[in-house]
Design a protein around this ligand. Structure first.
Ligand SMILES: [Zn+2]
Length: 337
């Protein structure tokens, strides 16, 4: 088996993937047809062309095009199912999937029905591919903390399989401190708390995030790579970082992979996971993320497997599930090496 084939066969856990961002071109074509959206794309080829990554504004255009074509709550079943099918194809055993509820509730779709639809997709994919999935809700900073509170109201009424909240969306101009109350309330509700931070803004927001939001994990945190004190603080607090290397290149958060701070995070004692964020829109997969780390940053198979194990340990699974997965990962690894 070649090194790349071995990397593909490594067991993995995905901590940071957006359901909408996992929509494939052929699925967007189905959404366009089913929603009757008036868009100038008539074939999968047209959409593959549209998906070809140009720059960050273009990515946002693709992402919001998918959002606009989600006009029925039931659409989420197929999106979730296919996201998990793709993950299972990379030997991902468990996914913590991000769902930006207000993108759709704000347009009139029903939260409870969407959650049911997502969970139907999850149950079906678990049956078909063996991969499991939980939901983390992104409050999306652009909507502000008042909407964040409304989303928490919705979760309070319907929390099926929802295990965490997050704040993603635009970063610059949207500091974390105003979300303190949302995060305190989420913790009281028994939810885990994560924040996208240090991707589109600097270290000041990460420091602020640590002080006010006290997150259990940070998504991206790329900017922390320039601040030794900050990395030491993150390590001392035992906060893991969800790295999304290819995404960081695509959005311009990192110039090229050889300059990605993932190694520096690890050298400072921070646990990291490797994740695919918005795979078809960034032209990546979980397999590709691992392979890129091997090719561009010299990660060995052993180091990549360690990342997989850390992803299990820093996941939001219960202790029994973690132990079960760790055993399964070790068994699969032993067969590969
Ligand atoms: Zn993300």
């Amino acid at each position: 088996m070649s090194v790349e084939e071995t990397i593909k066969a490594l067991p993995k856990l995905e901590q940071h993937v957006h359901i909408v961002g996992s929509t494939k071109p052929e699925t967007l074509l189905w959404l366009i047809e089913d929603s009757g959206a008036d868009l100038p794309y008539e074939s999968v080829e047209d959409l593959e062309q549209f998906y070809r990554y140009k720059d960050f504004p273009h990515f946002l255009n693709i992402y919001s095009t998918v959002n606009c074509t989600i006009t029925k709550e039931s659409h989420y079943e197929r999106l979730t199912y296919e996201m998990m099918q793709s993950q299972a194809g990379c030997n991902v055993k468990h996914v913590e999937a991000i769902y930006s509820a207000w993108d759709h509730v704000g347009r009139g779709l029903d939260f409870s029905l969407m959650v049911d639809s997502i969970n139907r997709g999850i149950r079906k994919a678990t049956r078909d591919f063996g991969v499991t999935c939980t939901i983390r809700i992104d409050l999306v900073r652009n909507y502000g903390p008042e909407v964040g509170m409304k989303v928490l109201d919705l979760i309070e009424e319907k929390s099926d399989n929802i295990i965490a909240i997050d704040t993603g969306g635009s970063e610059e101009g949207f500091p974390p401190a105003p979300y303190k109350e949302c995060y305190d309330r989420a913790r009281e509700m028994g939810l885990h708390v994560v924040a996208h931070q240090g991707e589109g803004a600097g270290t000041d927001y990460i420091w602020e995030c640590l002080e006010y939001l006290n997150p259990e994990r940070i998504g991206h945190a790329v900017a922390a790579g320039e601040d030794t004190e900050l990395m030491k603080t993150i390590a001392a607090k035992g906060i893991p970082i969800e790295c999304c290397p290819v995404s960081n290149i695509r959005t311009g958060a990192v110039k090229d992979l050889s300059r990605h701070p993932i190694r520096s995070f690890m050298d400072h004692g921070i646990k990291v996971s490797v994740n695919s964020d918005d795979p078809p829109m960034f032209g990546t997969t979980m397999n590709n993320e691992y392979i890129q780390l091997h090719q561009k940053l010299g990660f060995t198979i052993e180091e990549l497997f360690k990342i997989s194990l850390d992803a299990v340990e820093t996941s939001f699974l219960c202790v029994e599930e973690k132990e079960r997965l760790l055993k399964q990962f070790q068994m699969e690894y032993a067969r590969l090496i």
